[in-house]
Design a protein around this ligand. Structure first.
Ligand SMILES: *Cc1c(COP(=O)(O)O)cnc(C)c1O
Ligand SMILES: [Zn+2]
Length: 416
């Protein structure tokens, strides 16, 4: 918190105090937290970071809230895995998977919510709320429970069962809205003007979004203090994608890593690909769509940060890639079978996109590449129903077991 300085309009540059604000009064541009990088440069070193806790709070100096108020269920510091098997399959020699399924509520959203909830507590809010495609709802509910705050979470009514249970369990009030995410978001924007609640991704959005930067810091630190050469990131509103870029730039600016040459590739589902479609058409004009995909966590038809995502894509030389639902399912099973990581549909979007980019030569075989896997698969079991082998059903006898194995044409292999 000592280094966060102001909220700054991304469009006209006007500055505002660090209050629960999110749009510029003059031009309606989005507000973003700005920092005193001079002072940060003098105070932050690799060593000061390495001395911190094994969670996102080791990067507290880069976040816009006071750790004294921390609402902490141990988000972050997730494994970065050298994906040898998947890399071999795709012809990529230096492939890594950032496994953010390993967060407390099994998605990267814990990173953004821990920051937003902390700031909300610092502001004195008593109710935490959000408009969610599912994972955010889970994380807000869990953090509110931890902080002893009330929680109202709003979701589209057609959400996966795992994401509904994953919110109710923490005692939050869950509101299923008849409509898609964009309808939910519109309702919540109106509610945020009516009730004195901290909507983490509306009136708290400038603070919330900063939590995503920790996915840049962590990966760079885990790679031995260097930026990846290529990353593949899932995009819903585009916020995570834009903030990973911001995080890498900040590290270079503070001399924690060398200059950043990272190509930022962004992945969406074809059934909701407003950002990718604009990139493919070579326009900065994003046309909202009506989502129709199994990748519900990414199903935002009118992406708030889409324009800025397109800017980052251009600036970094990354690519836009979209995949059909069948390819997404194949991506989920490929990651599970090659690396032992069970991702949700957003992970399938990333692996399907990674596969295409590798096949098309858009990722070179020796580029140090990181695929961001942002959520766990047990929450989206509906998506893979029918895609998996059924268990063998047997009587409790060796004869029945062997007959069943034979029927399946499986080999009884293996030596000790
Ligand atoms: C929310 C979410 C994202 C990214 O969302 P943005 O709005 O683009 O920041 C990615 N993956 C999963 C699993 C998510 O829940
Ligand atoms: Zn402005």
């Amino acid at each position: 918190m000592p280094f966060a300085k102001a909220l700054r309009c991304r469009e006209c540059g006007r500055e505002y105090p660090l209050e629960p604000l999110h749009v510029c009064e003059f031009c309606f541009g989005p507000l973003e937290v700005s920092y005193d990088y001079e002072t940060m440069h003098r105070n932050i070193t690799r060593e000061t970071i390495e001395r911190g806790p094994n969670s996102v709070w080791r990067y507290a100096d880069f976040l816009p809230c006071d750790p004294e108020y921390a609402v902490d269920i141990n988000a972050g510091f997730t494994p970065l895995i050298r994906a040898k098997n998947l890399g071999e399959h795709l012809g990529l020699k230096h492939l890594y998977v950032k496994n953010d399924c390993a967060n407390p509520t099994w998605s990267f959203k814990d990173r953004v919510v821990t920051v937003a909830a902390t700031r909300a507590r610092q502001f004195g809010f008593q109710t935490l709320a959000c408009a969610s495609t599912g994972n955010l709802a889970n994380s807000v509910s869990a953090h509110a429970a931890r902080a002893g705050l009330d929680a109202y979470v709003f979701i589209p009514s057609d959400l996966e069962r795992g994401k509904i249970v994953g919110s109710s369990i923490y005692g939050a009030t869950l509101v299923a809205v008849d409509g898609n995410y964009d309808d939910v978001n519109r309702l919540c924007s109106e509610l945020a003007d009516t009730y004195p609640w901290a909507f983490v991704n509306i009136n708290m959005r400038p603070y919330y979004a900063e939590g995503s930067k920790t996915l840049a810091y962590e990966v760079a630190e885990q790679l031995g203090w260097r930026a990846p050469e290529h990353v593949v990131v899932p995009m819903a509103s585009g916020s995570l994608y834009v903030k990973i870029w911001k995080g890498l730039q900040e590290m270079a600016r503070l001399w924690l890593i060398d200059s950043v040459q990272t190509k930022m590739s962004g992945a969406q589902a074809r059934g909701c690909s407003p950002i990718v479609t604009a990139a493919e058409a070579g326009t900065m004009n994003i046309r909202p769509v009506r989502p129709n995909t199994i990748a519900k966590s990414l199903a935002i038809g009118n992406p708030a940060d889409g324009y800025y995502a397109l800017q980052v894509m251009q600036e970094s030389g990354g690519h836009a890639v979209a995949s059909e639902d069948g390819e997404i399912v194949a991506g989920i099973t490929l990651l599970a079978e090659s690396e032992g990581i069970f991702a949700e549909t957003a992970g399938g979007v990333v692996i399907a996109g990674l596969t295409k980019l590798a096949r098309e030569g858009k990722i070179a075989p020796d580029e140090l590449t990181v695929a961001y896997i942002t959520g766990g698969g047990l929450k989206t079991q509906e998506a893979i129903e029918g895609a998996l082998a059924e268990p063998l059903h047997v009587e409790p006898t060796i004869a029945s077991f062997e007959a069943s194995v034979q029927r399946q044409g499986l080999a009884l292999s293996g030596n000790r």
